[in-house]
Design a protein around this ligand. Structure first.
Ligand SMILES: Nc1ncnc2c1ncn2[C@@H]1O[C@H](COP(=O)(O)OP(=O)(O)OP(=O)(O)O)[C@@H](O)[C@H]1O
Ligand SMILES: [Mg+2]
Length: 373
């Protein structure tokens, strides 16, 4: 049987570039596992932070090294880390080093299915998915609509509300209101105080990784948080804070018949799950499965599938919730349509604990991509 050629698209122009490389390493290992090795061959394509696409030996080298390529360094050796590419995976290098981003999918050639393991803006938001759709190339994960809805916190909340999913009270704010004349801005803050109170969370609508997010407890903090978030995005969201939330997450897998995994929990000591806590080793702990009442775990699984359907997701998604133990309330926070996929990420670990080991998970995702399109 001929092997399927999987185009592994990784790196990307977002703050989650480094995570994407580590996710791609794990997926490459999964697709090269003995269980899959006779089914797949890999064609990695690395998107540099400046948006340039690099294939062939260069991409293989970045995958082996596990660290971003210096900008401008197109023809870095594959052995950059001292590790050879062949040790990492059974990689098949297309004979292209640097490719123009608009021609790249055609030039890499012979790819049967794409695995765009790109997190955040310019990768998880429908942009790459639109390009692959235009190329008529099958790819893993959600299409344009699901990816765009999953990225934009305002559009996502509208879709969740329509599906009857419970979420915290929130208010949409435009940058122009924040940067407005001194009459409008105080009125905006008055309204936020009256409608949501303190503490509240101020977030750019489109970023991820907790970048630009701040918790405000006073008027001065609210003003500073709005000003800071407005520097990242034209559209902002302010949310009422859930008191002492337990942060629980559920993984979804499938297309028309999505299944939910066991539920996991993240604990940490910081005030909230901010950027530093997310990306500093040892500051957060995962608990799988989460120690929850059975009815709450079931409710979270059921809400995860509804959220998946509400945004028209496909293939995979991780759905994040706040569980308020004192009241028993569950609030949906967000859906991530291309969740972190490193060997120690919540998404694959939830599936491993649900009876789907990593190699089987990536195999199923590729099959779902082919089935979807
Ligand atoms: N309404 C809220 N109540 C309590 N805590 C919140 C609230 N909103 C956000 N937080 C805290 O801030 C963290 C980051 O917020 P959120 O998940 O909305 O953004 P994000 O993590 O940047 O998005 P992404 O997961 O797509 O990267 C949450 O994990 C949680 O710790
Ligand atoms: Mg989050």
């Amino acid at each position: 049987m001929a092997k399927l050629r999987v185009g592994l698209l990784f790196g990307g122009c977002s703050g989650e570039h480094e995570v994407s490389i580590r996710s791609a390493q794990a997926i490459a290992r999964g697709l090269s596992d003995p269980a899959n090795a006779d089914r797949y061959e890999l064609a990695p394509v690395y998107i540099q932070k400046d948006g340039r696409w690099l294939a062939g030996e260069t991409a293989i080298g970045v995958l082996a090294a596990g660290v971003p390529l210096e900008l401008g360094g197109v023809d870095a050796p594959a052995e950059a880390s001292g590790e050879t590419a062949s040790e990492t995976t059974a990689l098949q290098a297309p004979n292209v080093a640097a490719v123009d981003r608009w021609q790249s999918t055609a030039q890499v050639g012979g790819v049967d299915v794409w695995f765009p393991i790109l997190h955040g803006p310019n990768g998880e938001d429908g942009t790459v998915q639109g390009m692959l759709t235009l190329m008529q190339a099958p790819f893993v994960g959600s299409g344009v609509l699901g990816s765009a809805l999953g990225m934009d916190k305002i559009a996502m909340k509208m879709a969740f509300a329509q599906a009857g999913l419970s979420q915290v009270d929130y208010k949409v704010v435009r940058r122009s209101q924040v940067y407005s004349n001194p009459c409008i801005f105080p009125k905006l803050c008055d309204e936020i105080e009256a409608d949501l109170g303190y503490p509240c969370f101020v977030k750019p609508a489109n970023l991820g990784s907790s970048v630009g997010i701040a918790k405000a407890r006073t008027r001065a903090q609210l003003e500073a948080a709005l000003d800071s978030a407005a520097s990242y995005d034209r559209r902002l969201i302010v949310e009422a804070a859930v008191p002492a939330p337990r942060e629980v997450e559920c993984a979804v897998l499938g297309n028309d018949n999505p299944q939910a995994s066991v539920v996991g929990e993240i604990t940490y000591k910081s005030d909230f799950y901010d950027y530093e806590t997310k990306y500093t080793e040892g500051l957060a702990d995962l608990h799988i499965p989460a120690n929850l009442p059975e009815a709450i775990a079931r409710q979270i699984q059921e809400m995860s599938v509804r959220a998946f359907e509400a945004v028209d997701a496909a293939g995979l998604a991780r759905v994040d919730f706040f569980y308020c133990e004192s009241t028993g309330e569950v609030f949906i926070n967000e859906i991530n349509t291309m969740p972190g996929f490193t060997a120690t990420s919540m998404y694959p670990m939830l599936w491993a604990a649900s009876g789907v080991p990593f190699p089987e998970l990536v195999d199923r995702l590729v099959k779902l991509a082919l089935e979807e399109r």
